[in-house]
Design a protein around this ligand. Structure first.
Ligand code: SAM
Length: 281
């Protein structure tokens, strides 16, 4: 039984980090004429109203996209991501926030494809409503994205980004993403994989980056953004990370210039910081 609904968290600091990186990778893939696929294993609802009761309950977006909305002089990658959010908010007032499927769709050309998985029946229904006119280019499956990924790899064009963005509702999610990636890179070694994970003071979360590094992939990048110091009581998400296998060569350099600015904008206390680690040829 899934209880997580992304509508309560849409546009928070974790979405900003994840979507900044998603947009950068998708745009990089679009620079070459050859087609590509984006596979989003945990799609959510696709689009969110920031004035809805769900989004306003915790109002996490106010300390996420809300802090970037009026910012000026942003580094190019942040400005490009923000430009996408502006397409959804043409009258300059921030009322809507895009989910990963919407951002991915914006980066597709006619011959590119988007494959979406969403297990929660309510969010899968909303996702379908949001993308019901997109024809063959977008396929939506109300099923387990980790299990479904297998059948899609390798994708026909042999160029793809796989975004894995679980809600980590159960401790087993951590092991499942490691196993899924292990299998996925065997099937499609040259694909780009971007896994989001929370920074939480619990063992499974702390160990995840090391487990991913031990997968044996030659090229990876691990970016984290902590918006505050971990709470003394051992509870609460204080930031998040993105582990990217086979990142575009442009990503690390881009994050080196972007993360310092993003950290300053999203900092909630003196403990805010970012890390960037990589291994590559
Ligand atoms: N990727 C979305 C975005 O960036 O806008 C947010 C996704 S949210 C963090 C995680 C979503 O995964 C939730 O909507 C949840 O219902 C869904 N979910 C949980 N387990 C799943 C699974 N095994 N397969 C597919 N979807 C799942």
């Amino acid at each position: 039984m899934l209880s997580y609904r992304h509508a309560y968290h849409a546009g928070n600091h974790a979405d900003v980090l994840k979507h900044l990186i998603l947009v950068h990778i998708a745009q990089y893939l679009g620079e070459k004429p050859a087609p590509f696929w984006i596979i989003d294993t945990h799609a959510g609802a696709g689009l969110y109203a920031l004035e809805s009761a769900q989004a306003m309950k915790l109002a996490e977006w106010q300390d996420g996209i809300g802090r970037l909305w009026q910012a000026s002089g942003l580094p190019p990658a942040l400005a490009e991501y923000l430009d996408f959010v502006k397409i959804l908010n043409p009258d300059a007032s921030l009322k809507h926030y895009p989910g990963s499927p919407w951002l991915a769709q914006q980066c597709l050309r006619a011959h590119d494809r988007l494959r979406l998985f969403e297990l929660h029946s309510s969010d899968a229904r909303i996702l379908r409503e949001n993308f019901n006119r997109s024809g063959r280019q977008i396929n939506i499956s109300e099923s387990d994205g980790l299990a479904g990924l297998k059948a899609l790899l390798p994708p026909p064009p042999r160029r793809a980004l796989v975004l894995i963005d679980p809600s980590y509702e159960t401790a087993s999610d951590y092991g499942n993403v490691v196993k899924t990636l292990q299998d996925a890179v065997k099937r499609f070694a040259t694909g780009t994989y971007a896994l989001w994970y929370p920074l939480l003071p619990k063992r499974e979360a702390r160990e995840l980056p090391q487990r991913l590094q031990r997968l044996g992939c030659r090229n990876w990048l691990n970016a984290t953004l902590e918006v505050r110091a971990p709470a003394g009581n051992g509870f609460g998400m204080y930031g998040s990370g993105m582990f990217i296998i086979n990142p575009p060569w442009t990503l690390e350099k881009t994050l080196h210039t972007t993360l310092p600015v993003l950290t300053r904008l999203l900092a909630q206390d003196e403990g805010a910081r970012y890390t960037l680690e990589s291994q590559g040829d």
